[in-house]
Design a protein around this ligand. Structure first.
Ligand code: TYD
Length: 337
């Protein structure tokens, strides 16, 4: 089997490439990535010489690049996306071209090449937000209600993926996953930002009152979910993927990180809230449970393992945190503190 993984140099994509090569010794993986600020080939350094792996630097918005990569491909797993909500508020155009146009071009090429599966990595954020202090959960039937430029672009792309299923019989499946954490996550995101700031002796910026709730899934569990849906999912359907632990507020999660890193509340800095900050995400993942999946990694153990990973991979995140990242940091936090 030959897989084309888009965005394989990003956080979840690189974890998925590693996972797939280890699990399926007969398969070949092509990693297609444009290497923007969040794509980093260092994430895959240990497999770069694997004979069952190759890398193509290409842009999803360029049909010629995509067509060249599609040759002989059986399965497309589409991770590539601009993913950071805070960036999307300032740079919506990048989210529209990468996430929507890029997805449409990939669908077009995949349909033309008659791939046996096109798996789209979506997000629970397409459903908008849930109220705090409720037990409601998103399901596959929850109407889309994206509230920021990132989730709007993912929702739009998801509609295009479904449109190619209906009009071109593209054999699609979709997963809508909750927040991920684990190794190689870019330090613009909450957990790695907070860990690395604390390791640098800096404060951690909590938006608003810190009571927003997220449901954190260890990245390997997400990879297992995608794997299962590719093998056993029903064509044309989407599957929600969530974590096993109780949902947790940003403030509670921050306290766990402070404890793991031997810090106290004096390291917390409350900053102006993100505009339209979604209050709560929670997903009902019973549909994928019926296929035989459940999360295997609990938050406390794997948060500690993730902290250890960042402690032992200082070179990796220090390189990522310099350069473009710093300019971005000033832009987002400069007017918030
Ligand atoms: P993030 O990792 O950006 O994921 P998402 O917004 O897609 O859920 O943020 C996770 C939560 O942490 C979210 O509620 C916003 C909050 N947050 C902060 O409080 N401070 C920060 O500096 C960042 C990046 C996020």
């Amino acid at each position: 089997m030959k897989l084309l993984v888009t965005g394989g140099a990003g956080f979840i994509g690189s974890n998925f490439v590693r996972y797939w090569l280890a699990k399926y010794p007969g398969d070949y993986v092509v990693n297609f990535d444009v290497l923007t600020y969040s794509g980093n080939l260092e994430n895959l350094a240990e497999i770069q010489n694997n004979p069952r792996y190759s890398f193509i630097k290409g842009d999803l918005r360029n049909m010629a690049d995509v067509e060249a990569a599609m040759s002989g491909v059986d399965i497309v797993v589409h991770f590539a996306a601009e993913t950071h909500v805070d960036r999307s508020l300032f740079a919506a155009g990048d989210f529209i071209t990468s996430n929507i146009l890029g997805t449409q071009i990939l669908c077009e090429a995949a349909a033309k090449h008659h791939v046996t599966r096109f798996h789209y990595i979506s997000t629970d954020e397409v459903y908008g937000e849930l109220p705090l202090n409720s037990t409601q959960k998103f399901t596959q039937d929850t109407p889309f209600d994206p509230r920021n430029q990132y989730s709007a672009s993912k929702a739009s792309a998801e509609h295009f993926v479904r449109a190619y299923y209906h009009t071109h019989h593209l054999p699609i499946t979709i997963t809508n996953c909750t927040n991920n954490f684990g190794p190689y996550q870019h330090p613009e995101k909450f957990i790695p930002l907070f860990i690395t700031n604390l390791l640098q002796g800096k404060k951690v910026p909590i938006y608003g009152d810190g009571l927003n709730i997220r449901d954190w899934l260890y990245v390997v569990d997400h990879c297992r979910a995608v794997d299962l849906v590719i093998r056993k999912g029903v064509i044309g359907k989407s599957y929600l993927v969530g974590a096993q632990h109780k949902e947790i507020s940003n403030l509670e999660l921050t306290h766990k990180l402070l404890k793991l890193l031997g810090k106290d509340d004096s390291s917390i800095e409350f900053v102006t809230d993100r505009p339209a900050h979604d209050h709560r995400y929670a997903v009902d993942w019973s549909k994928i449970a019926a296929l035989g999946w459940q999360p295997e990694h609990d938050l406390d153990t794997w948060l500690a393992a993730t902290v250890d990973w960042y402690k032992t991979h200082r070179d990796w995140w220090q390189r990522v945190k310099s350069g473009d990242y710093l300019k971005y940091y000033d832009r987002v936090y400069g007017h918030r503190s």
